[in-house]
Design a protein around this ligand. Structure first.
Ligand SMILES: [Zn+2]
Length: 253
């Protein structure tokens, strides 16, 4: 199970990095294609005006935001669907339901796509915000007169540094969120007749709510429905059936 989940996280990180590199290169290219006359005109103005000019440049690119969101939403959706399928299969296996998990339900897939688009939108928005801040900082640390390639390098380095922690965070969020919804959907659609669940893993609970939930094991199915996982950002805890009786196990169709 751990291996499978790890592959989903790695896939999501890869997806984010590839998308991200493309977007960044496009933006830095704008710095490169500005005519020297235009650049010189920027030079003659003061620092504050240069920042504003660069912001304007970035705003122009933000008009392409919808395209960027769509570009990112599709691979995120594929990762999410894969993670959902793995989680469903794992849940079936762990309680002894035979068969191959195959999430094909159109309403469910539509919902996975909707969440992927929502995630993509928020990733793009945060990226834009961070990039603006990084440009501001880069401008502050480059000596006057500003060198175009030094500026590009500074911004690129800053953004790459940010990626080192941001990409794994996004990957983990995608995998955990999809995992949680797969488990919820499985029990909802399989019609639970009777069940007891544990909140696991117990030993690694550090957040207040997770410590309480783990200490109250076992839980009723009603409690599971009321508290879907992940309980908070980057939460690795989940529900595991200790005992369960289903009317008809749902395989994803
Ligand atoms: Zn937690």
């Amino acid at each position: 199970m751990k291996g499978r989940r790890l592959r989903d996280v790695e896939e999501a990180i890869r997806v984010y990095r590839v998308w991200h590199r493309g977007l960044l290169q496009k933006r830095l290219r704008v710095l490169g294609t500005m005519s020297s006359e235009k650049w010189n005109r920027f030079y003659r103005k003061n620092r504050k005006e240069l920042v504003l000019a660069l912001w304007t440049l970035l705003t122009l690119h933000r008009q392409e935001r919808e395209t960027a969101i769509s570009q990112l939403a599709w691979p995120l959706y594929r990762t999410r669907k894969q993670s959902f399928r793995n989680a469903l299969q794992e849940e079936m296996r762990s309680i002894g339901v035979p068969g191959i998990a195959n999430p094909t339900n159109s309403k469910l897939l539509g919902e996975l796509y909707r969440i992927s688009r929502w995630d993509a939108r928020s990733i793009v928005r945060t990226f834009n915000k961070d990039l603006e801040r990084e440009i501001r900082e880069a401008l502050g640390s480059v000596r006057h007169p500003w060198d175009r390639s030094e500026l590009s390098r500074l911004i690129r380095d800053q953004v790459m540094k940010r990626d080192e922690w941001k990409a794994p965070q996004i990957g983990l969020h995608t995998a955990l969120h999809s995992w949680g919804s797969a488990v919820n959907e499985f029990y909802k659609r399989s019609l639970v007749l009777a069940a007891r669940f544990n909140f696991v893993p117990v030993e690694s609970a550090v957040c207040d709510e997770c410590i309480v939930l783990a200490s109250q094991n076992p839980h009723t199915y009603r409690a599971v429905l009321a508290k879907p996982t992940p309980r908070h950002l980057q939460c690795i805890h989940r529900w595991r059936a200790e005992y369960v009786s289903l009317e008809r196990p749902w395989l994803g169709g």
